[in-house]
Design a protein around this ligand. Structure first.
Ligand code: MBD
Ligand code: FE
Length: 282
């Protein structure tokens, strides 16, 4: 392995995220021409309105063209869309949900992580850096009845803010795992607290952030998918009270219900927190 193989780059993680998205199973659906026309017409008209309001120049139009071309070359469409657009899609999709609160999936989910029953220590490297964290809870229906065979999938960044399978040099399933619940609906994960995540600064999304004078940070977060037979799948994230950028997430994906406040662990090692998921009927 050469030095370049272990240096994370925007193009590297972007390429992986783009390939992963291409492999993702998506509902094919039939094309409803009326809906395509209505949405595309309004989206284009919204851009026309922005151009008129700001008096956009030819130099700015050309800069936009060059930038859009570069987003594709970098493979950063998944990153761009998930950071700046997905939160509104999620809001609309789940407006009627009564149980556990969801938020965006982001670009770094991988299905099929190692499975455990009831309790798991996430796959991690010897001496994995970071504060130990016990994350536990119960999966129930909306009435609070525990759900057996619920699946709790957890994935998160390491203490440097990198995700396995998207940054080089990290073991395949590092900090990714699935717990299947028993009759008590309970799950427990032993892991480490992730670090805040910085959008790659060397790619097109980083170029936009720099050009606009924004910051590139997401708060430290746990990603989750929680599901059970006959229930709606919830895709969500959990954050840490008092953590950096909880109040100014670049991806606007923090909701008050999603902020954990862990306490010192009973074991004396690190922190622990309990969080329960109530699932809506499918
Ligand atoms: C992430 O880790 C993430 O969760 C999102 C939404 C976007 C970029 C990186
Ligand atoms: Fe993330």
């Amino acid at each position: 392995m050469t030095a370049t193989d272990v240096t994370p780059t925007a193009a590297g993680s972007g390429r992986n995220a783009t390939e992963r998205f291409a492999q993702k199973e998506r509902s094919a659906g039939t094309v409803d021409h009326a809906r395509v026309s209505a949405i595309a017409t309004d989206a284009i008209a919204a851009l026309h309105e922005v151009i008129r309001r700001h008096g956009v120049t030819y130099a700015e139009y050309d800069a936009l063209k060059a930038w859009l071309i570069r987003v594709g070359e970098d493979g950063e469409w998944p990153l761009f869309l998930d950071v700046w657009i997905e939160h509104v899609v999620e809001e609309v999709a789940h407006a009627d949900r009564k149980g556990a609160v969801g938020t965006i999936e982001g670009p770094y989910y991988i299905p099929g992580s190692p499975e455990f029953r009831g309790e798991a220590t996430l796959p991690m490297r010897d001496g994995e850096k970071g504060t130990p964290l016990v994350f536990q809870g119960t999966v129930t229906d909306l009435d609070g009845t525990p759900l057996e065979d619920a699946r709790v999938e957890l994935w998160h960044a390491d203490d440097d803010g990198y995700y396995s399978q998207f940054a080089p040099g990290i073991p395949e399933w590092n900090l990714r795992g699935t717990v299947v619940t028993g009759p008590d609906g309970r799950f427990a994960f032993h892991t480490i607290e992730p670090a805040p995540y910085q959008i790659p600064t060397d790619g097109s999304c980083g170029a936009l952030i720099a050009a606009a004078g924004w910051h590139a940070w997401r708060p430290a977060h746990l990603h989750l998918k929680v599901s059970a037979p006959g229930k709606q799948l919830v895709t969500t994230q959990l954050y840490f009270a008092g953590g950096e950028h909880v109040r100014d997430d670049v991806a606007q994906a923090v909701k008050p219900e999603l902020v954990l406040d862990p306490t010192p662990a009973a074991s004396g090692q690190g922190r622990e927190v309990t969080y329960d998921f109530a699932l809506d009927p499918a």
